[in-house]
Design a protein around this ligand. Structure first.
Ligand code: ZN
Length: 134
């Protein structure tokens, strides 16, 4: 069995990690799939998705702050839109993830959360969730 859902993500600032773990978990529990895999795909070129610590919020801000230090917004890029830093950060973080589903639940480590990575907000974004299993 396979199901595709699309959720909307409203990001509040230019660069931020938004924890979507509970919303993704809710979409899985609302599906008819108990065991299988959940594929997450971000259909944007200046955003991404990653898994990291959701217990201490300073981890999220450290990731954003350090990526901004590595890739400054203005560094003589050629791209006319002025958001090359966001395109580069998006490629580093990546557009997709795969998470195991067991007995209707996401299999994550104790401290892990699934974060939507915004690098050129605030915007209205989409996240595709493909749930495959039985
Ligand atoms: Zn651009």
């Amino acid at each position: 069995m396979i199901e595709l859902k699309t959720i909307r993500v409203k990001t509040p600032q230019r660069e931020i990690l938004v924890d979507l773990t509970s919303e993704i978990a809710r979409n899985i529990s609302e599906s008819n799939i108990q065991n299988g895999v959940c594929r997450l795909f971000v259909p944007h070129t200046t955003a991404g998705i990653t898994i990291n610590e959701n217990a201490d919020p300073s981890v999220k801000s450290d990731i954003i702050t350090y990526l901004a230090k590595l890739i400054p917004q203005r560094a003589g890029f050629k791209h006319m839109e002025g958001n090359s830093d966001a395109h580069i950060k998006s490629s580093i973080v990546g557009p997709s993830l795969e998470v195991i589903i067991n007995k209707g639940k996401l299999v994550l480590g104790t401290w892990q959360g699934i974060m939507f990575a915004e690098f050129d907000g605030p915007r209205n974004r989409k996240l595709h969730i493909q749930i495959q299993g039985e």
